[in-house]
Design a protein around this ligand. Structure first.
Ligand SMILES: Nc1c(NC[C@H](O)[C@H](O)[C@H](O)CO)[nH]c(=O)[nH]c1=O
Ligand SMILES: CC(=O)[C@@H](O)COP(=O)(O)O
Length: 164
C-alpha cells in the first residue's frame, strides 16, 4: 500500500506493548539533517509516549545512511543491553546512480544485521525522489517515518521477549 494511502503515524495504540522495560538505540544519519532530525524526534517522542525511560534511549549519529549499518553493528557489539536499534536516514535522488548504491547498501546492510544478531534493526530510511517527498514523510502530510520505526521497534522487542 502506498504511503499516500496509509499515514505513517497512524496506528492502534491498544496493539502496542509497553516499552517501560526496553532499552532502544536510535542511529541517525546526518545527511539531510532537516529530515533526519525530524525522524529522530518522532521516534523518540513515540518511544517515550509508550513508556520507555529517557535514560534507556541511546541516540547516536553517523555521517550518512550508508553508515547506518556500521553504526548499528557497533552498538550491538558494544552495548549488549540494547534490545533494538532503530536506523533513521533520508536518501534523496540526485543526478547520478549514487542514490541506487546508497539505498541498496543500507537496505542490504540492515537486512544482514537482522540475520546476524538476535535483536531487531529497524529500517527507518526514507528513499525519495525529491525533498518534498521526504518532508511529507518526516512529519508532513503522510506522517512521520520515525513514528512508524519506533512502533515497529517496540513490537519486535516484545516479539523477541515473548520467545525468551
Ligand atoms: N546522498 C546521500 C548520502 N550520501 C552519503 C552516503 O550515505 C555515505 O555517507 C557516503 O557515501 C560515504 O560513505 N547519504 C544519505 O544519507 N542521503 C543522501 O541523500
Ligand atoms: C543519494 C546520493 O548520494 C545523491 O544525493 C548524491 O547526489 P548526486 O547523485 O547528484 O551526486
Amino acid at each position: 500500500m502506498a504511503t499516500s494511502l496509509k499515514n505513517l503515524s497512524d496506528y492502534d495504540p491498544a496493539k502496542v506493548p509497553s516499552a517501560e522495560d526496553m532499552r532502544i538505540a536510535v542511529v541517525v544519519s546526518e545527511w539531510n539533517e532537516q529530515i533526519t532530525n525530524a525522524l529522530a524526534q518522532g521516534a523518540v517522542d513515540t518511544l517515550i509516549r509508550h513508556g520507555i525511560k529517557e535514560e534507556n534511549i541511546l541516540l547516536k549519529y553517523v555521517p550518512g545512511s550508508f553508515e547506518l549499518t556500521a553504526g548499528g553493528r557497533m552498538i550491538a557489539d558494544h552495548c549488549p543491553d540494547i534490545d533494538a536499534v532503530i536506523c533513521l536516514g533520508c536518501v534523496i535522488k540526485g543526478d547520478t546512480p549514487h542514490f541506487d548504491y546508497v539505498c541498496q547498501g543500507v537496505t542490504q546492510g540492515i537486512t544482514e544485521l537482522n540475520l546476524q544478531y538476535d535483536i531487531p534493526f529497524i529500517f527507518g530510511v526514507l528513499t525519495t525522489d525529491n525533498l518534498q517527498q521526504s518532508l511529507d514523510r518526516a512529519g508532513g502530510i503522510h506522517g512521520n517515518k520515525g513514528d512508524e520505526a519506533a512502533i515497529t521497534a517496540i513490537k519486535m522487542v516484545q516479539f523477541n521477549m515473548d520467545l525468551q
